[in-house]
Design a protein around this ligand. Structure first.
Ligand code: PXP
Length: 254
């Protein structure tokens, strides 16, 4: 029988800040959302401080660090400015992501292969500050090998392409993406990496990916905040936890 890890849920609160910033005031407060998410069963909070500060702002990171009792996973680009903020703030975890100003969300994974030296340096600086580092990458064998080479202890597999193909009914693409994820998880496990996954997950895709036993954490934001409009944040998180639990039961049974 496979060793099945407990599966953590990191709730990404960026889009609470997106709604706040649409009016330029203080409401809705992403820190309040983080506290509610923790009360509802989140194991941690994820927030992405983008270069253009389009959602999370610097003071949100400071307030989150002061207010939440669960780990903060700070998403950042590997720039000198962001590394300086992270090493000063010392969150529990940092996830290096690629960033383009023109993208609506983090579209692709980090290209570790092409930027090995920059990512190795950024990883070392964050690790030296006592921060657990993950690299947000596609489930591509070369990227997974490169993540291990630059000594990142954790990877987060970008599930966006798979989720999009699935919701748009592109069955063959979705199946191909899924196979890539399954093979990527096996490869990362063999290299001794801790494996997380995220982007575009909803109840159905979270349940499916939760059945992959080596995955330790899912980071989910947009869908949970969207569902919260209809049923409330505590409810969307509780339903997500239930979906993850159903998936994990399948992992335990296999
Ligand atoms: N993980 C990473 C690294 C991300 O950049 C994002 C999006 O900010 C997520 C997870 C969450 O994606 P979503 O908001 O689509 O659930």
């Amino acid at each position: 029988m496979l060793a099945v890890l407990p599966l953590r849920l990191g709730v990404n609160i960026d889009h609470v800040a997106t709604v706040r910033n649409a009016r330029g005031g203080d409401l809705p407060d992403p820190v309040r959302a983080a506290l509610l998410a923790i009360e509802a069963g989140a194991d941690g909070i994820t927030a992405h401080l983008r270069e253009d500060r389009r959602h999370i702002r610097d003071d949100d990171i400071v307030r989150l660090m002061a207010a939440i009792a669960k780990p903060l996973n700070f998403e950042l680009a590997a720039t000198a400015e962001m590394i300086a903020i992270a090493t000063k703030t010392r969150p529990h975890a940092a996830c290096l992501v690629p960033e383009k100003r023109t993208e609506r969300t983090t579209e692709g994974g980090l290209d570790v292969v092409a930027n090995k030296n920059q990512i190795r340096d950024a990883t070392a600086q964050l690790k030296d500050a006592g921060i657990r580092v993950s690299l947000f990458i596609a489930a591509d064998p070369a990227q997974i090998d490169a993540a291990a080479e630059v000594r990142a202890p954790v990877i987060e597999i970008h599930t966006g392409g798979w989720c999009e193909a699935r919701t748009q009914g592109h069955r063959q693409d979705a199946d191909a993406e899924w196979r890539r994820i399954v093979e990527g998880v096996d490869r990362a496990k063999a290299l001794g990496l801790e494996i997380h996954a995220g982007h575009g997950l909803d109840y159905a895709t979270a349940e499916q990916i939760a059945a992959l036993a080596p995955i330790a954490e899912l980071n989910i934001g947009h869908f949970l905040v969207g569902e919260a409009i209809f049923t409330g944040l505590a409810d969307s998180i509780a339903r997500m936890r239930a979906a993850m639990e159903r998936g994990r039961m399948k992992a335990k049974a296999s």
